[in-house]
Design a protein around this ligand. Structure first.
Ligand code: ZN
Length: 78
């Protein structure tokens, strides 16, 4: 169940029930195991390689960007 934290235009806090399929549970279990194995083996994401990427600059050069926010991604929340 997803409970919205922001009310809709009528002031109602919506709820949505989501059915999760067994294959989706298995997919997430696989992701968790792969991530655990990568952490244990010290294999970490090395970035996208784009010269203007704030995240890559932070990871490789320890340069703190003004923000990690991505307006395009944050707009998806609306
Ligand atoms: Zn990057």
């Amino acid at each position: 169940m997803i409970q919205y934290l922001d009310p809709d235009d009528k002031g109602f806090f919506n709820e949505k029930e989501i059915r999760i399929l067994p294959k989706e549970i298995e997919s997430v279990k696989t992701m968790i195991w792969e991530t655990w194995e990568n952490i244990m083996a010290h294999r970490f994401y090395e970035g996208c390689g784009k010269p203007d990427c704030a995240w890559c600059s932070f990871v490789k050069d320890n340069v703190y960007p003004d923000s990690f926010s991505d307006p395009e991604i944050e707009a998806l929340d609306d």
